[in-house]
Design a protein around this ligand. Sequence first.
Ligand SMILES: Nc1ncnc2c1ncn2[C@@H]1O[C@H](COP(=O)(O)OP(=O)(O)OP(=O)(O)O)[C@@H](O)[C@H]1O
Length: 249
Amino acid sequence: MSEKVLSIRDGLKETEAGMTIMNHLNLEVDSGDFITILGGNGAGKSTLFNSISGNLTLTSGEVSLNGTTVTHLKEEERAKFIGRVFQDPKQGTAPRMTVAENLLLASKRNKKRKFAIRRLKENKEKYTELCKTIGNGLEKHLDTPAGHLSGGQRQVLSLLMATLEKPDLLLLDEHTAALDPKTAHQLMELTNDLIQENQLTCLMITHRMEDALKYGNRLIVLENGQIKKDIPENEKYKLTMEDLLSFFS
Ligand SMILES: Nc1ncnc2c1ncn2[C@@H]1O[C@H](COP(=O)(O)OP(=O)(O)OP(=O)(O)O)[C@@H](O)[C@H]1O
């Protein structure tokens, strides 16, 4: 039996205004799963991610990571296990810190946050090589503040930061949505390569149907804070665009 990286059991979230935004949701994610998540606006996709990352506390129910209950752990504690890339290129990187400094910061996940210039120099060569493999010129910007990068470069940096220290779980929250089609495609291919090479477990929210079809081994459709469809690998590869559109009522 494969190891469960994430379990949500009977997750319920009611807002102060009495609205149910996660409705008794159950989800089990196996190690190595790459799950694409679809759902209309307001379906509860970000709520799902926020409840996993600890940005939002469930009204009731349980969240476990690698078999350990994290329901009452703070976001900073859970961040040791989770890498997250957001839709907005401005989130996830420190704008005034250089690319190399951001990467060094990301390498400190799970470790004591001691930041030394010496460590920066030691790692620069490694970061240059890492960035060179991407092919978008990021290696020429190691000393550039992240805030000066283009949106596409900044999302690549965010992705590298989220995966530099292999996370137990990678959460991609429409991370290509703000990019032009070509850059979005390149970032999506890079994402898939990183996931396959490092055998990452990943949940990816997307509104791009073609990406939901092409990538991942499982597909989930959310509606009204619940999982409406959960399609395993042996059915996912047969799906067509028409099938996907029919899931949206
Ligand atoms: N902290 C909160 N307090 C109150 N309501 C919230 C909160 N977070 C989300 N909601 C509400 O929960 C519902 C689901 O929102 P959520 O952001 O999870 O949807 P989504 O599927 O990510 O949508 P989109 O595709 O538009 O990003 C929405 O009606 C939203 O207004």
